[in-house]
Ligand binder design. Structure first.
Ligand code: GDP
Ligand code: IMO
Ligand code: MG
Length: 428
């Protein structure tokens, strides 16, 4: 039995939350390893819907849930989320949740900076304005405040000074008010006692889990096309989202990752700016959006919609390290007479079978489509392969062929139980 890492294989919102919750039934530990509260993972169980941003999806099933060192943590937002989830009847106590002491904090200055940049046409990327990029900048700039710093108020003022020396210089240059260090210190001192009960060590927890033979699920946020290295730069998030990051962002060796499950929708969506070759700004896009209820979980923004792009997913399967995929939202395609799948790109007189790295070239690509027959009947709620119409099976098999990876799971509605297992990811 192997551990499983779940990552997004497109531009996010593929249904990672649903699939992780479903797999969590057979895991003992669930770990987030990157991103922050820019993520929005939806879990539907009967008439209850949970939307998680920082909490690992394992909390819903009461599994040991770790926020790993690779995550950037807004402590106020985390407390809000714990409050919301507890109010919905799910216990999030220190017995369930562990927050890595070496994770970096997202502070109000980060949120503010993110929002200011989004107001400028020259720096706008369509971020979630949660301060994620600025917090990671401070992390690699070696001036961030970390979770563990909340334990030691004696050394905190010097750390705040170092951080603000950078930010206030920038703010002076931009003609903005300087940040008051005492105010920030007071805010941190106020939040610290509420956060500290959850603080622990991700790497030691996971080492103990390994020794005890416990099964671990690694929960990716965002997706490979939003990866800082492998995504559509600069229209990406500020962390590595590929499976390799599960090791660095949780504190384990790469050999412990086991099976990598990439999640992909049966079509494509993207929220925020950036290239999107198969985008349909027409009735087809509207139909995908309304049938798929494509509105951002975090920001409520309308998601851009288009056909499945096998070139992209073939590439993310390689760069992300994906062994097999979970194909979600098959039911959204139920009413289409025909379904297009992108199988290549035209760029001038060339035909490409990959996404060029250059953003200018990316914006000029014209997709080459293969048209498949739709199935014109409902697959919603299908729970076995035998329940699927022949044309839906043809579609799934063609996708496998095009992306060079097998389908391990199929999802046919938001509900936890409407999931078809073709091959068990825990079996490797
Ligand atoms: P995540 O960020 O990858 O966890 O995905 P989100 O939760 O942001 O967005 C996925 C949306 O699709 C959520 O509203 C899910 O409830 C929903 N969803 C997941 N799987 C399916 C499916 O198979 N069919 C349909 N119709 N909706 C699904
Ligand atoms: P989940 O985990 C979809 C997008 C934003 C923006 C870009 C950078 O729910 O799949 P950021 O706030 O991270 O600096 O924004 O990345 N983005 C997401 N899109 N799903 C997400 O998470 C996303 N997290 C960030 O819309 O384009
Ligand atoms: Mg989401």
């Amino acid at each position: 039995m192997s551990n499983v890492a779940v990552i997004g294989a497109q531009w996010g919102d593929e249904g990672k939350g649903k699939i992780i919750d479903w797999l969590a039934n057979r895991a003992e530990v669930v770990v987030r390893f990157q991103g922050g509260n820019n993520a929005g993972h939806t879990i539907v169980v009967g008439d209850k819907t949970y939307k998680l941003s920082l909490l690992p999806s394992g909390v819903i099933q009461g599994k040991r849930s770790i926020i790993g060192n690779g995550v950037v943590v807004d402590p106020w937002s985390l407390l809000d989320e714990i409050g919301r989830v507890c109010a919905a009847g799910v216990a999030v106590t220190p017995d369930v949740l562990v927050l890595a002491e070496n994770a970096v904090l997202v502070l109000p200055i980060h949120r503010e900076l993110d929002a200011v940049r989004e107001m400028s046409n020259t720096s706008k990327l369509g971020t979630t304005k949660r301060g994620i990029g600025p917090a990671y900048e401070d992390k690699v700039g070696r001036r961030a405040i970390r979770v563990v710093d909340l334990k030691d108020f004696d050394s905190l003022p010097a750390k705040v000074d170092r951080l603000l020396a950078h930010h206030n210089a920038l703010r002076r240059g931009a003609g903005a008010d300087e940040i008051d260090g005492d105010k920030l210190l007071a805010e941190l001192k106020e939040v610290a006692p509420k956060i500290l009960p959850y603080v622990g060590s991700s790497w030691r927890e996971l080492d103990a889990a390994r020794r005890a033979g416990k099964r671990v699920l690694f929960e990716g946020a965002q997706a490979v096309l939003l990866d800082i290295d492998h995504g559509t730069y600069p229209y990406v998030t500020s962390s590595n989202t590929v499976a390799g990051q599960a090791a660095a962002g949780a504190g384990i060796g790469p050999k412990q990752i086991g099976y990598v499950l990439g999640i992909t929708k049966s079509y494509t969506t993207r929220v925020g700016e950036g290239p999107f070759p198969t985008e349909q700004v027409n009735a087809t896009g509207e139909m995908l959006g309304s049938r798929g209820n494509e509105f951002g979980t975090v920001t409520g923004r309308k998601r851009r919609c288009g056909w499945f792009d096998s070139v992209l997913v073939r590439q993310t399967a390689i760069t992300g390290g994906i062994d097999g995929i979970a194909l979600t939202k098959l039911d959204v395609l139920d009413t289409f007479e025909t379904i297009d799948v992108c199988v290549g790109y035209r760029l001038g007189d060339q035909v490409l079978d990959y996404l060029p790295a250059d953003a200018v070239a990316q914006a000029k690509l014209t997709p080459v489509y293969e048209t498949m027959e739709g199935w014109n009947c409902s697959t919603r709620g299908a729970r076995s392969w035998a329940d699927l119409p022949a044309n839906a099976i043809k579609y799934v098999r063609r996708i496998e062929e095009l992306i060079g990876a097998p389908v391990a799971l199929l999802s046919t509605s938001p509900d936890r139980d409407d999931t078809i297992m073709v091959r068990d990811p825990f079996l490797g």
